[in-house]
Design a protein around this ligand. Structure first.
Ligand code: ADP
Ligand code: MG
Length: 476
């Protein structure tokens, strides 16, 4: 019958006590709890990562000697390190290390490429940064990530982290924002940059889905040790779409544990989410509080100028010329998100390269029809024309028609003025919406409205009243 762990440990302590002074003994050996004794392995629990490192640094020989003298030459020691002492609701979390600085030897036959998938049970390996699959898409870079007001803070934080991963106070870096605002692009750009500049760092990108599946897999196949060992060797961990961890208690616990370990050892963690940490539901409080340790930065919907730049950027990198009016039309019309924009642009590229069609407004409109929903803005041109028309008692046809009478021209100009103020349409596109007028006519209209507002208080009142009506509509 196997001797229980408490007895084995008491015997070990006797050996140890003879070799060190009382104070060291009380400080470093008394707090240790024997956990298991199975075969040649004795597992002891130590209260913290620091404690474990101290033991390995200063007492490894004494420990080895003691355990060999009690259990024989083949005996081995393993640590279970408490990383979170837990509370009433959450049990303590521990991580296991084999004896020997936690750096496990490369297994002799190990020629895997450092993916978790080819981690076989019981072979603990040191990952090789040159062969590890980082799961990064090399086409996401800083160079092709367009900077705008909408993403400036997030981008600069990303650049800082890419320069000095784990060293800045932006750890973890938490980026959040709606669909298609560039979160994945940005975090991958950070990963790619670090991989390129610091090739001996192990970079890993996973989305929440991968992480959860790997974890469940490991759980089922009794490979949790491998799973942990793999993740704890990563220097930069990027976890995308963390909001989907909501309600997954076990996975959260594992992530919490990995997070703590990496953070403590100065490794960089980057996460993305669709909302700020305070709004994440279904998360353990202790995990949420960790998310707020570093820097939280948001990415907003890109504004018109940024969208335009993104369009030009993408087309240029594909070597395709796109007329300004088409770019402007798309920047205005695709108001759902940048992923839809990507779809439209790819489709345009397809038409232009394979079907050898020229990219013009008609083609763009055709493609748009199939991909995104109806053109919308905060307030539509139609709505402006109708509201202004009703106010001045001018019908829609007249608004768009050729009549040059003053009682029609003025409402038409006022409507153009509001289109400029309340939509993101370019002058040319505004003109187009008013019976195909050109942009100089629109400029003239804006100037006359502004002049009249300065000189005619009644006119100014009318414009202010209309502005209120339109704003009410935008707010609703
Ligand atoms: P998210 O992860 O926030 O949903 P993505 O990173 O997947 O968004 O971005 C959607 C698409 O838009 C991608 O093709 C991405 O390259 C592109 N994109 C987003 N923001 C930018 C930007 N600032 N510059 C260039 N491309 C961008
Ligand atoms: Mg994403």
């Amino acid at each position: 019958m196997e001797v229980d762990s408490a007895t084995v440990w008491t015997d070990c302590l006797e050996v140890i006590q003879k070799q060190i002074d009382e104070q060291s003994f009380n400080t470093w050996f008394k707090p240790i709890v024997p956990l298991r004794h199975e075969g040649d392995v004795l597992t002891i629990q130590v209260p913290s990562q620091f404690f474990y490192e101290w033991l390995e640094e200063h007492y490894v020989h004494i420990l080895k000697k003691a355990i060999h003298s009690v259990l024989g030459e083949n005996a081995r020691l393993e640590y279970s390190v408490v990383v979170d002492s837990g509370n009433q609701l959450n049990p303590p979390l521990t991580v296991n290390y084999p004896n020997g600085k936690g750096k496990t030897p490369v297994s002799p036959g190990g020629n895997g490429n450092g993916n978790l998938e080819d981690y076989s049970p019981f072979t603990l390996r040191t990952l090789d940064p040159r062969t590890v699959n980082s799961r990064l898409n090399p086409s996401y870079t800083f160079e092709n990530f367009v900077e705008g007001d909408c993403n400036r803070l997030a981008r600069s934080a990303g650049v800082a982290v890419a320069k000095k991963p784990g060293v800045t106070s932006f750890n973890p870096l938490m980026l959040y924002g709606g669909v298609g605002v560039g979160k994945t692009h940005l975090v991958q750009a950070i990963g790619n940059e670090i991989k390129q500049k610091l090739p001996d760092k192990i970079v890993l990108y996973v989305d929440q889905n991968d992480f959860t599946n790997q974890f469940l897999n490991a759980l089922q196949n009794h490979k949790l040790q491998d799973f942990q060992n793999f993740y704890l060797q990563v220097d930069l961990l990027i976890l995308d779409d963390v909001q989907f961890l909501a309600g997954r208690e076990k996975t959260q616990e594992m992530f919490f544990h990995i997070f703590n370990q990496l953070h403590q050892t100065g490794k960089q963690i980057i996460m993305t989410s669709d909302c700020p940490p305070r709004d994440l539901k279904g998360f353990q409080e202790r995990l949420l509080s960790r998310f707020k340790w570093g820097l939280t930065a948001d990415l907003q919907e890109p504004d018109f100028e940024t969208k335009l730049a993104i369009i030009h950027n993408k087309m240029q990198s594909d070597g395709i010329q796109i007329p300004t009016e088409v770019a402007e039309y798309l920047a205005y019309s695709v108001d759902t998100n940048l992923r839809d924009m990507e779809g439209v642009l790819n489709s345009l590229i397809f038409h232009a390269t394979l079907l050898k069609k020229e990219i013009d407004l008609d083609l763009a409109k055709e493609v748009m029809k199939n991909i995104v929903k109806e053109i919308q803005s905060d307030v539509s041109v139609d709505f402006i024309q109708k509201t202004v028309g009703d106010y001045f008692r001018v019908d829609l046809d007249a608004m768009k028609g050729k009549i040059k009478k003053r009682e029609i021209v003025i409402p038409r100009q006022v409507a153009m003025y509001f289109c400029k103020r309340y939509t993101q349409l370019t002058l040319a596109l505004i003109g187009e919406n008013f019976g195909g007028r050109d942009h100089s006519t629109v400029i003239h209209a804006l100037e006359s409205v502004e002049d009249m507002m300065k000189t005619d208080p009644n006119f100014k009142n009318s414009v202010d009243e209309l502005a209120k009506k339109l704003k009410m509509r935008m707010a609703s």
